[in-house]
Write a protein of this length. Structure first.
Length: 121
């Protein structure tokens, strides 16, 4: 069973995606910001990460920088799931090794799961 780490401060989104991913036979671990995400990363060693950009404390781009320092760029595939669709954020995320970017408000839960399936193949 593949393991997904969701790092997002939106409790509703995390709960929805956890339920959908559980149904799709993924194991799910959740964190509310980048600092907690780094801790969960070392504890759970997920196969993929869903990452929000805007969070209190350590945001998604800071998390990516720390992840790359600690584990090396691109070792764990990252899909950004955010409502921020700024080209600057997308470009910075791509430079930090993300594998995809989904605007949460524009995509269904199934669409996000499909993106995860592609990410992990």
């Amino acid at each position: 069973m593949k393991k997904i780490l969701i790092i997002d401060d939106d409790e509703t989104f995390k709960s929805l995606m956890k339920g959908e991913l559980d149904s799709a036979e993924y194991e799910v671990v959740c964190a509310s910001d980048g600092s907690e995400g780094l801790q969960k990363m070392s504890e759970s060693q997920p196969d993929g990460i869903l990452l929000d950009i805007k969070m209190p404390g350590m945001d998604g781009l800071q998390f990516l920088k720390e992840l790359n320092k600690k584990y090396g760029e691109g070792k764990t595939p990252v899909l950004i799931t955010s409502n921020v669709s700024s080209m600057d954020n997308i470009a910075e995320g791509m430079a930090l090794g993300i594998r995809g970017y989904v605007v949460k408000s524009d995509e269904s839960a199934q669409g996000i799961i499909d993106a995860i399936d592609r990410l992990l193949k």
